[in-house]
Design a protein around this ligand. Structure first.
Ligand code: CP
Length: 313
């Protein structure tokens, strides 16, 4: 089960710093670990290690997946949230992290509302820092599990066409997905309200296409990735109401009929049922939303093992 000792990265703070070879290495390790999720035990690749989940923003999927992944690999896991930490007493993030390192933890998995928080800690610490979402910047393990889901579904990523629909501007998932899919040879199309998919995104991400005609954006796709509206990061109103967003951009049965017969529906969660996607489609045969969640455990096991357990010292 051990991989060759070629992994060099202490931290995973974004897709931007990963090469295609490194993404392929994560996928290869996830392939080895995924079948063990249906067995009583996974290999104890992190036995004797301690991982601290420092989640300073809400999370269900990412936090639980990291916790299950670390425990399945035999690590001890300690979870800290905002209200349970000394951050509320005025301690800085850096001081909190230095104390966790002094407590002899081997890694911090960080979710934070500030872009760059994980990279900042990665530079400050000798132990590994894994980014579990930093503001509107990056959510690298979500992008890896999304791309891994595509690879498992279609047997490849090169040449696939993926349309990302919704609030791209404020989405760390979209940013990491765009970077990851581009590295894996996927053609990415962005669609949604012009206020949330501004033309400047095409300049920020060369090779990415913006399609204002929703029918064209959907009918060409092998997969459509739906995003929820990130109210918590929006400072002004970007469309009149959620009902109007749904009427113009929500995925319903009529719009889903424009998709190719084998196209799949993806969503990183949490879903706002009846807003960005009709409930029947989220639960329907095209949906791979819960497979994404399961793949997220294998991907996080692979990332934790590579950054903490298998890294060349
Ligand atoms: N996809 C995702 O990041 O979900 P959580 O906010 O529940 O972790």
């Amino acid at each position: 089960m051990a991989t060759r000792n070629t992994w060099k990265q202490k931290d995973l703070t974004g897709i931007e710093t990963l090469s295609r070879a490194e993404i392929d290495q994560i996928f290869a390790q996830a392939d080895r670990l995924l079948p063990t999720l249906d067995q009583e035990q996974s290999p104890p690749l992190l036995r004797g290690r301690t991982i601290v989940n420092l989640f300073l923003e809400p999370s269900t999927r990412t936090r639980t997946a990291f916790e299950i992944s670390a425990k399945r690999l035999g690590a001890e896991v300690v979870s800290i949230n905002t209200t349970g930490s000394s951050l509320v007493k005025g301690e800085t993030l850096r001081d909190t992290a230095l104390n966790i390192q002094a407590l002899k933890a081997d890694a911090i998995v960080l979710r934070h509302s500030s872009a760059g928080a994980a990279a900042y800690l990665g530079r400050a610490l000798d132990i590994s820092v894994i980014n579990a979402g930093d503001g509107a910047h990056e959510h690298p393990t979500q992008a890896l599990l999304d791309a891994y889901t595509l690879k498992r579904k279609f047997g490849k990523t090169d040449g696939l066409k993926v349309t990302i629909l919704g609030d791209i501007l404020f989405s760390r998932v979209a940013r990491s997905d765009i970077l990851c899919l581009a590295k894996l040879g996927v053609e990415v199309t962005l669609a949604g309200p012009a206020t949330l998919v501004p033309a400047r995104l095409a300049e920020a991400f060369p090779g990415v296409r913006i399609e204002r005609n929703l029918r064209k954006a959907l009918s060409s796709a092998d997969a459509v990735m739906l995003l929820r509206i990130q109210h918590e990061r929006q400072t002004t109103t970007h469309f009149p109401s959620l009902a109007e967003y749904t009427s113009q951009f929500g995925l319903n049965e009529a719009r889903a009929s424009w998709l190719k017969p084998k196209a799949i529906i993806m969503h990183p969660g949490p879903i706002n049922r009846g807003v960005e996607v009709e409930s029947a489609l989220a639960d329907g045969s095209r949906s791979v939303i819960l497979s994404q969640v399961t793949h997220g455990v294998a991907i996080r096991m692979a990332v934790l093992h590579l950054c903490i357990g298998a890294r060349a010292r």
